[in-house]
Ligand binder design. Structure first.
Ligand SMILES: [Fe+2]
Length: 558
């Protein structure tokens, strides 16, 4: 049985393929078309999935599209009618949105020449399935927190074996993701893209606005929360926030305006209520399900500080966060939902890693290097050679194996640097990433040593938990330690990424420290590189010192 899962709902379109319940391939369209958070139908991802499975589209038994247009329409229209006349714009927008969603089914059939069955799967059911069925747990509480999908912002449920049961939901416009996106816009960043910047800014702020923000977003302790809609306009399709918001918190930060204390305090406040609201939802699930396992998905669960706060403060002992927690993950969720919940098949295997995208052979890499006229060396110890260069303070582009799915580079399309040197952060920023100076860089740490460096260490293979670096070691790894002593850690396993593990191990032998700085292989505003040609372009136009692709090493000063 072959199932193709597709997310073509809105942004971050993607596709995956399940063969008898086994995940063979999973990729995001932005990596192919180079348009970050793309909304384009994911034809290139679909073709990649079919090629990986070695089949033509006719061989697919079932296609899942991760949205449910009818549901969305009914729920949204009821809300729009209740809020007239303020919501009048949406009276026209909503039918158009739903029509476009309905049309995706015939559009896919026509474009691919597919005559088999195509099924719509609910947005949050897809998020929930992507978290639970990918997890190693036989049973777990499941929480999806989002901006919105099928007119729900939040979905609470429980997974057991091959089933998912809904226990509650929060309807839009009450949405944690929308509030966070609104504040992202208010602080002069790009909503639905730069939320991580707000999270990175938050530790610089203090409690000044905590109480005011708590009044904007209130948990009901029954698995729900309410947003004070008098302060926001996102649900009216008229910008993000109301004049009331401005009168409470002051003017919006303009593009290029210096970040002041007020901006930092507002970032701290929205992060504070996000963490408390997330914990409130998790606590409800903990009480209701009595499970010790929690699965998270939905765009808000890319907030690694919130995830860590929930793990630390709830009764849950184990956590699994879908690495493609945003809407890209819903391709997988739709496929899993059909395989397990609709067809009733048993679990096959958990998702062991996120390296599910395209890979390129040494021959393809060499051909790309020659086409671009670069001098290269072919090495049989590329890990040792790169570790030595990292120890010397060089910045290394690291391109290996299959590309990662999800927004984090996990050691196959990464830029690596020496975390022990205090100047590394500024150098990587200045030469390559051109990011705001307040944003932290993340560490990749060998899992065998992680507990030595991290307080209350919990495995974080997908860089989705912020954890505290032990006080005594913060000066050992200054470039990856944030202002509050935390770090968005990635624990690296020899089993799932042997080459990256070996590189860090070689660096450990050089420097005594089993940690490297790991940031995504891209420049600001671009998707993570996918092909050797993408990597070469980014290498050439940025300040990286070396590029390691497969067994090939290119050095800039040669
Ligand atoms: Fe979503």
């Amino acid at each position: 049985m072959i199932i193709l899962g597709i997310n073509c709902f809105s942004h971050d379109t993607s596709a995956c393929i399940l063969v008898d319940g086994k995940l063979l391939a999973f990729a995001e369209e932005e990596r192919f078309n180079r348009d970050k958070h793309t909304k384009r139908f994911p034809f290139q991802s679909i073709n990649y999935c079919l090629e990986t499975a070695g089949i033509e589209v006719e061989a697919v038994d079932l296609v899942g599209l991760a949205h449910k247009p009818g549901l969305d329409f009914t729920r949204a229209m009821l809300d729009i009618l209740r809020r007239l006349p303020r919501s009048w714009r949406r009276l026209f927008i909503q039918p158009a949105v739903d029509l476009s969603l309905y049309l995706k089914k015939p559009f896919f059939r026509l474009a691919q020449g597919y005559t088999g069955k195509v099924v719509f799967v609910g947005h949050h059911e897809a998020h929930a399935a992507a978290a639970f069925f990918a997890s190693p747990f036989d049973e777990a509480a499941v929480l999806s927190i989002d901006r919105g999908g099928d007119y729900l912002s939040t979905w609470l449920g429980v997974g057991k074996g091959n089933s998912l049961q809904k226990l509650g939901a929060v309807r839009q416009p009450h949405s944690l993701g929308e509030v966070y996106a609104a504040v992202t816009d208010y602080l002069g960043f790009r909503p639905n893209s730069d939320e991580g910047k707000v999270m990175g800014l938050a530790p610089y702020g203090d409690k000044t606005y905590f109480n005011k923000f708590k009044r904007l977003l209130k948990s009901d302790n029954k698995g729900g929360f309410k947003v004070d809609l008098n302060y926001f306009t996102y649900y009216l399709k008229q910008g993000w926030y109301d004049a009331n918001f401005i009168s409470q918190f002051g003017p919006k930060r303009l593009k290029g305006e210096e970040i002041g204390l007020r901006h930092k305090d507002i970032a701290a406040a929205v992060q504070h209520v996000t963490e408390r609201t997330g914990l409130g939802l998790a606590n409800f699930l903990s009480k209701t399900t009595k499970s010790k396992n929690l699965c998270l998905s939905g765009g808000v669960t890319l907030n690694s500080c919130m995830n860590a706060y929930i793990l630390k403060n709830s009764d849950f002992e184990e956590i699994f966060i879908q690495p493609a927690a945003g809407d890209a993950g819903n391709a997988l969720g739709a496929a899993y939902y059909l395989w397990h919940c609709v067809l009733g098949n048993e679990r096959v295997e958990p998702m062991a890693h996120a390296f599910l995208g395209p890979e390129f052979s040494n021959e393809e890499i060499q051909a790309a290097l020659e086409t671009r006229g670069l001098n290269w060396q072919k090495l049989d110890d590329i890990e040792n050679q790169c570790a030595r260069r990292l120890a010397d303070g060089k910045i290394v582009g690291w391109f290996q194996g299959r590309s990662e799915v999800g927004p984090r580079a996990l050691g196959n399309r990464s830029i690596l640097a020496n975390a022990t040197l205090p100047e590394t952060k500024d150098i990587v920023n200045l030469k390559i990433k051109k990011r705001e100076s307040f944003r932290p860089f993340a560490p990749a740490i060998m899992e065998e040593y992680a507990a030595d460096y991290i307080d209350d260490y919990y495995p974080s293979p997908y860089m989705l938990l912020v954890q505290s670096i032990k006080k005594s070691l913060r000066t050992t790894v200054p470039s990856i330690t944030h202002v509050d002593g935390t770090s968005r850690t990635q624990s690296v396993s020899k089993q799932t990424n042997p080459r990256f593990w070996k590189l860090i191990d070689s660096f450990r032998k050089e420097s005594g420290v089993p940690v490297v700085l790991n940031t995504s292989f891209n420049v600001q505003g671009e998707p993570i590189v996918l092909t050797p040609f993408d990597a070469i372009s980014t290498f050439k136009t940025s300040g990286m010192d070396c590029l390691a692709m497969g067994d090939y090493l290119v050095e800039k000063d040669q």
